[in-house]
Design a protein around this ligand. Sequence first.
Ligand code: SAH
Ligand code: SF4
Length: 356
Amino acid sequence: MSSDCYRRRMDRDVIGGLLTQWGESSYRMEQIIRAQRTGAQSWDDVTTLGKELRARLAEHGPLWSVTPRERLVSVDGTVKWRLGLHDGREIEAVLIAHARGRRTLCVSSQVGCALGCKFCSTGTMGFGRDLTTWEIFEQALIAAHEADQQGARLSNVVFMGMGEPMHNLPAVFGAIHEMHRPAPGLGISARQIAISTVGWVPGIAELQEFPLPVRLAVSLHAADDETRSKMMPINQRYPIYNLLSACRRYCDTTGRRVFIEYVLLDGVNDSQADAKRLANILRDGRFHVNLIEYNATGGEFQGSRPERRELFLATLERAGLEASVRRSRGADVAAACGQLVTAARGKAVGKVPTAS
Ligand code: SAH
Ligand code: SF4
């Protein structure tokens, strides 16, 4: 482990506290964020602050609480980072390129994840810790700078990296406020920010009360409890009926529909009977289904064959559901949730899925 793994955390609360203690204006904080946004690497690069102030801040810790350790660029333009934290832990972030200069960031909300879904690399790591608001927001600052360098714009954020965002909602909400607010925030429209959940029912109720109209995506991945429980242990606590009831309450309260995530796994959840069952439980018009191509992670699961996927999609559409297929991106850079970190630990890793 390198020595900088042990550097003290220097996130916004710490910096803000120091600035107040030293009698500095709160505007200093805005100057710091602006510098990070435009690629400052260290306190020396924050030239809008006086030399003496920079030196004092540097005595307390580094400018960034999140530092790129590895940056991989896919042939399709997807960029994936392995990012180090002050305590030596690691997370991942992925920037996905779209047409017309738009970019989507897939952001991590926790180190690892406690929920242990069988098909997910992050799930195999177990839980490390929650990220702070600042550790989440700095992923977006890094991505926004990368997008700028590419002559593009960070337009969308999806909480589909490592972790379960609903288990860390205060920090997630804080980061969303920063991403959404005008400069030196990132000015991203709340409707272009999506929180994806394993189906943590109390979190869905809490999101209902959040004032910004962010999107909700729910990882359903199966249309019956037996199959879902085998893939996702959370289903024993919140079975499908309870989960969809929470989604319906969310729709009725907010007027926003829910995006259902459904990763197609060969021979597990991709039969015609599964498609019909799914259409049946989602038939009330409050849902949009995203069929996701699975990025194999070296475990027991394989993605569905293309013809089976097309058939599944056609069955949903025939039943009147709104559905689309989300293509895997960045497979050559292991862009899927948890894949890069598990690879760096020397575990077997296959292709990586991106989550948007
Ligand atoms: N914990 C949250 C958000 C992070 S996972 C959740 O589960 O929703 C984001 C999405 O990626 C989820 O839909 C998850 O099921 C999916 N996913 C995980 N591993 C994957 C893989 N190897 N291939 C495709 N999708 C995967
Ligand atoms: Fe955690 Fe989401 Fe992976 Fe499940 S799919 S283990 S909830 S990160």
